[in-house]
Ligand binder design. Structure first.
Ligand SMILES: *[C@@H]1O[C@H](CO)[C@@H](O)[C@H](O)[C@H]1NC(C)=O
Ligand SMILES: *[C@@H]1O[C@H](CO)[C@@H](O)[C@H](O)[C@H]1NC(C)=O
Ligand SMILES: *[C@@H]1O[C@H](CO)[C@@H](O)[C@H](O)[C@H]1NC(C)=O
Ligand SMILES: *[C@@H]1O[C@H](CO)[C@@H](O)[C@H](O)[C@H]1NC(C)=O
Ligand SMILES: *[C@@H]1O[C@H](CO)[C@@H](O)[C@H](O)[C@H]1NC(C)=O
Ligand SMILES: *[C@@H]1O[C@H](CO)[C@@H](O)[C@H](O)[C@H]1NC(C)=O
Ligand SMILES: *[C@@H]1O[C@H](CO)[C@@H](O)[C@H](O)[C@H]1NC(C)=O
Ligand SMILES: *[C@@H]1O[C@H](CO)[C@@H](O)[C@H](O)[C@H]1NC(C)=O
Length: 563
């Protein structure tokens, strides 16, 4: 790290002297007042961090739809550090810019010197990043989501963008559900936070030089479930908030849509634990409890099930995502969307050795209530043949220390959660608008120690993980510290970031020097661009037919994935 810092400050000095540009920290005036950001000389960039886009969600605003800012000031406020993360229970170091209910903030990264002093430079398209974390954890301050490098790339290729990221409420703080929540209209707070942040962008991004008529919503994992859900929110009513979508590994139909049968007992228990049971209005009572007192009782890991997820509330989500898709009730706009080859390796339960254990897991462990006959059919469609399992292309190897049937169960869960829903979404999206699908197929570089630098340390991710969930993120963000040192990885990252940026500009990821990316429906079974390094043979187009029978069968079942 010391080496890296030294290199960066040397670079800054060099740039500063040779280019002879002296810039100061930027000040931008928006609706409520002025903010002073930070000028980054090493990147010739302005960053504005931790700007609130909604009121504090504590006290009377807890479990309440996000409230617009309603304040003005005359002095200049600082926007120089990431804001606190929204409450969660994983307490990952990344999120620890503090944690608070006062967490609804936005970050903006722009090239310096645009639209200043009344010049008439064009306004820049906005890429609006929604972080993942299973809807339970994560935050915009994680170093993997540093937008500096992508913005720098956009300038280098002559298609400059403004990068935006946000914090939104997670876990029970953002997805609590019960009759009380439904009855009072306080459902799906996480999605509503995102929509309010997008409304803030509509009102204010012009002051930063961004084009409010060119906003691409973009996310990975739960951030990608969320993009799908935003695309179908209010049955496709965007209110002009966004104009294109990018989904990396996650569908609106991936997440459960459990209802009050599942959540009411959980809610009641929380109410009971903080002695609100006899209050006339339990929800109002929960708002009077100290944060510290309430905090332990919303711990997603200590509650049955995988956590709190968006619900079909008849409002933000007017119906089950699978039904909205089927009915065409979603925003018809250009989509860029994909998965990694080996989704499933990080979700696969360990220690599945026998058919009986796998059968049992699919009946009771996966959480979808598959009937026994369905489970039997799934086992037929996914035979215990390691050559057909996941990670793909690992032949007869079984990685048996993770369970004799590890590759089989990884293929099944990867298809249930990701590859099946992705195909279903693509088939529906492309009926209405240009849709470009990828399959990312390069095993990532992993840093092996905290002192790995851009030029040293680190190695190929372990074979049993394969091209696992999250692998493409470093490549898209064009971050040399996370892509790793290898030249062919840097070139693949350059390709992906260019494709993403071009898509944000025009709704089409194609351009000179890039592999041709056809629309999904240019062949009957669908077409994917396989993204991989030159050493692997370079990117190429495939028919979307891998594990086709299994994926199509599982997708039928996703339609009834609700309780
Ligand atoms: C503060 O900013 C928000 C978001 O742009 C805007 O909706 C609101 O009207 C502003 N309030 C005042 C009082 O300026
Ligand atoms: C801002 O300045 C105006 C004009 O001087 C003044 O009327 C107003 O009260 C000030 N607002 C605040 C929040 O200080
Ligand atoms: C959340 O609950 C899990 C399981 O009980 C526990 O291990 C963990 O420490 C809790 N997290 C926090 C932050 O309290
Ligand atoms: C903003 O984006 C829209 C849609 O892409 C485009 O038509 C318009 O020209 C852009 N405006 C500016 C000022 O760049
Ligand atoms: C990205 O990382 C660089 C290098 O650590 C840092 O200087 C910059 O402030 C970061 N940018 C953002 C937006 O966090
Ligand atoms: C709830 O009431 C019980 C019994 O009076 C008490 O022991 C407990 O500390 C209270 N819990 C909270 C969170 O106030
Ligand atoms: C939804 O409910 C089922 C039981 O019907 C349960 O197994 C599953 O874990 C629940 N999902 C969530 C996200 O809580
Ligand atoms: C730092 O990295 C070097 C090799 O790059 C390695 O040998 C050393 O053990 C690492 N030190 C720590 C403290 O991780």
């Amino acid at each position: 790290m010391a080496v890296l810092k030294l290199a960066v400050s040397l670079l800054a000095t060099t740039l500063g002297t040779t280019a002879a540009i002296t810039r100061v920290d930027p000040i931008v005036s928006i609706k409520n007042g002025s903010y002073e950001g930070l000028y980054l000389p090493a990147f010739d960039q302005d960053i504005f961090l931790g700007i609130p886009y909604a009121q504090d969600t504590g006290g009377a605003n807890r479990f309440r739809i996000p409230q617009s800012l309603d304040e003005t000031w005359n002095d200049t406020r600082a926007a120089k550090a990431y804001g606190p993360g929204c409450p969660d229970y994983y307490l990952s170091a990344e999120v620890l810019h503090g944690m608070s209910e006062n967490c609804l903030s936005i970050n903006i990264v722009r090239p310096a010197g645009i639209r200043q002093n009344g010049n008439e430079a064009p306004l820049l398209p906005v890429m609006f990043w929604i972080h993942g974390g299973a809807y339970q954890y994560g935050g915009s301050a994680q170093p993997q989501y540093n937008l500096t490098y992508l913005v720098q790339k956009s300038v280098d290729i002559g298609f400059p963008i403004i990068g935006v990221s946000l914090n939104y409420r997670k876990g029970g703080w953002g997805n609590m559900y019960s009759i009380e929540i439904q009855g009072s209209g306080n459902t799906n707070l996480a999605l509503r936070d995102m929509r309010l942040a997008l409304a803030w962008v509509q009102e204010n991004i012009g002051s930063f030089g961004g084009n409010a008529s060119s906003v691409t919503i973009w996310g990975q994992s739960a951030g990608s479930f969320a993009v799908g859900q935003l695309v179908m929110s209010y049955g496709g009513r965007t209110d002009g908030l966004f104009h294109r979508s990018i989904q990396e590994s996650g569908s609106a139909t991936t997440a459960w849509c459990n209802g009050s049968d599942w959540y009411q007992p959980i809610y009641n228990k929380i109410v009971d634990q903080v002695n609100c049971s006899s209050a006339p209005d339990t929800l109002e009572c929960l708002r009077t409890i100290d944060y510290e007192t309430l905090y332990p009782f919303l711990n997603s890991s200590a509650i049955p099930g995988p956590g709190f997820y968006p619900t079909v509330d008849g409002d933000v989500l007017p119906n089950y995502p699978s039904e909205l898709l089927r009915a065409g009730r979603f925003a018809h706009m250009p989509h860029l969307y994909g998965t990694v080859s080996d989704e499933g390796t990080d979700n696969a339960p360990l220690g599945i050795n026998t058919d009986a254990e796998l059968h049992n897991y699919l009946l009771y462990g996966v959480g979808f209530g598959f009937p026994a006959g369905t489970v039997d059919h799934i086992l037929e469609l996914y035979p215990d043949d390691p050559a057909q399992g996941v990670p793909v292309n690992t032949g007869a190897e079984r990685f048996a220390d993770r369970g004799w049937q590890y590759k089989r169960v990884a293929a099944i869960v990867g298809d249930i959660f990701y590859h099946g829903p992705r195909r279903y979404d693509a088939k529906h999206y492309v009926k209405y608008s240009p849709t470009y699908i990828y399959r990312f197929n390069t095993r990532p570089w992993e840093s092996t120690s905290s002192n790995a630098t851009i030029s040293g340390g680190g190695e190929l991710a372990p074979a049993y993980k394969g091209v696992e969930h999250f692998s493409e993120v470093a490549f898209v963000f064009a971050n040399p510290t996370t892509v790793g040192p290898w030249p062919e990885y840097r070139r693949l990252s350059s390709q992906l970031s260019t494709q993403w940026i071009r898509f944000a500009h025009t709704g089409n990821p194609n351009g000179p020097g890039l592999p041709h990316w056809p629309q999904y429906d240019e062949a009957e079974n669908g077409l994917n661009l396989v993204l991989q390094t030159e050493a692997q043979g370079g990117s190429y187009v495939e028919d979307d037919t891998y594990r086709l029978a299994g994926r199509e069968y599982l997708t039928q079942w996703s339609r009834r994935r609700h309780v």
